[in-house]
Design a protein around this ligand. Sequence first.
Ligand SMILES: NC(=O)C1=CN([C@@H]2O[C@H](COP(=O)(O)OP(=O)(O)OC[C@H]3O[C@@H](n4cnc5c(N)ncnc54)[C@H](O)[C@@H]3O)[C@@H](O)[C@H]2O)C=CC1
Ligand SMILES: O=C(O)/C=C\C(=O)CC(=O)O
Length: 336
Amino acid sequence: MSLTFTHETLPQRVIFAAGQTADRLPAEVARLGSRPMVITTRGEVLPGARHYRDVVMHVPVDVAERAREATAAEGADVLVSVGGGSATGLAKAIALTTGLPIVAVPTTYAGSEATNVWGMTDNGRKNTGADPRVLPRTVLYDAALTLGLPTELGVASGLNALAHCVDSMWAPRADPINQALAIEGARALSSGLPEIVRQPRNLQGHEQTLYGAHLAAVAFASAGSGLHHKICHVLGGMFNLPHAQTHAVVLPYVMELNSPGIPDRLTDALGPGGLARLRADVGAPRALRDHGFRETDIPAAVDAILPVVPDGNPVPVTADNLTELLRRAWAGEEPK
Ligand SMILES: NC(=O)C1=CN([C@@H]2O[C@H](COP(=O)(O)OP(=O)(O)OC[C@H]3O[C@@H](n4cnc5c(N)ncnc54)[C@H](O)[C@@H]3O)[C@@H](O)[C@H]2O)C=CC1
Ligand SMILES: O=C(O)/C=C\C(=O)CC(=O)O
């Protein structure tokens, strides 16, 4: 790889403190404001603050608009998101138009808390963009909060994080810095994910997976969306498929297509047996047809994906190879 590049590092305060949310969140919020609005799918996380719970995956625009109105009515001056990527995403939608700072406490491995990327869905289309206003100012990673994540969802979410690492190999702004973060993220996820399956109540696997998810998201924010993310955004927006499971299923087929672009360092980070062994060890989701995608949806998906295929993909993407990729992912055929 050429060593001529421009890399931007996003400014963010990052705290890893397992089991310390109740103790540390109030002070972290107070650094940024005095009237917090909590966006969450959980119970009370910040006593005395307004808790807003109308959280919907892929952030439909009407959901975002209602949340903005509620925030204005509350006179909030800081947003606190506690939950998965959907809670973070709603806080980002509010921050995008208000500029309010966000303190994010993630409870899945989606990684939205570490990116300046927002996403909203309107009429079956997911629109995404990057804006400094939506980058959470502070992230509090508390692995104890992921202990309650059902293992199947934890696995799918961890593979969503791994997809950030893999796509960073060929994304439009891939560079040696974000690739190094992605490789270390892939290593941490490959060792952490089997641990959360083997010992779901053991904090160490969850901490390792959260660490990997953070690195993965930082790499993704820097490198941008590669082919894998473009495919998953179309599928999520057009067919309302579950985000993490869609990423988990599609990833091996994108790696199959893009195999000439996979560096040895990534293969090494995935460990012996690579992604196939990892998927088997953790019982990964296998087929899009199990998650609401129909074979008859494939032509419309291909038509929507082809115009957004990023430049620089390691192999040319055509209607034929994309159709075959989606057909194999729909059926859950064994990836090569
Ligand atoms: N902008 C960005 O950089 C990114 C955005 N996203 C967005 O995030 C959304 C998906 O986020 P996900 O985290 O996959 O799903 P999610 O936030 O919708 O959570 C999935 C389900 O798990 C539950 N849950 C979350 N954490 C839990 C826990 N610790 N214990 C028990 N239940 C828990 C939630 O209540 C929900 O029912 C999508 O809209 C996606 O587009 C995802 C990655 C990056
Ligand atoms: O696909 C991902 O994991 C990353 C980015 C998004 O989901 C964009 C968004 O809808 O917020």
